[in-house]
Design a protein around this ligand. Sequence first.
Ligand code: DX5
Ligand code: ZN
Length: 219
Amino acid sequence: MIKIAPSILSADFCRLGADVDEARAAGADYLHFDVMDGVFVPNISVGLPVLKSLRRATDMFLDVHLMIVRPQRYAKAFCDAGADLVNFHVESDTEENILRAVTTVKECGKKVGVTVKPRTQAEAILPFIEYCDLVLVMTVEPGFGGQSFMTDQLPKISRIRDLIERCAPQCELEVDGGVDEDTAPLCVRAGANVLVAGSAVFGRSDRAAAIRAIREKTK
Ligand code: DX5
Ligand code: ZN
């Protein structure tokens, strides 16, 4: 069964709790929480205080996508703030430091993932895969919601699905960027099982219809 993870980046931050409740009622599986520092990506979003508030407001599974430099500095803090899963970009620090960050999250008893940008090779996940609960493949350049899906990432999704089957079959494969009812089936066919959708869910007034449309097309 495919999981759908609406990204709060496209929600209305003045009514975040209500938007999240709507997504939950509409059948969303995870809530995707994008953290941007203005350095790793050319945009700034939200961070620890918002995650803490959200944790108090919902029991949804919080999937935190860190787009920050040297994320190891904040690995424990995001776990303590209420993340259920923390994703680290493999490009955001040295292999050694990313491994440290991954270990920190496991020690906190939370799930962990690694993320690859569009120009990063599939094999970049290999040093981390045995520890991972999820691998996240970016299908846009990270930084902004509402961009077009990069179809040239589909072979990489398939390649990563092969690596997962071989090295860590329980690991989930998530895609993020430009996923909507038209591109979701392509991702699922390539091997993804978790679909992040920002504008395709929170950009629409009827969130239930948006989620239903993605589910229908990926059956
Ligand atoms: C982009 C973020 C995404 C973003 C997706 O850097 O990581 O999670 O919210 O937005 P859409 O689904 O609109 O492309
Ligand atoms: Zn994201």
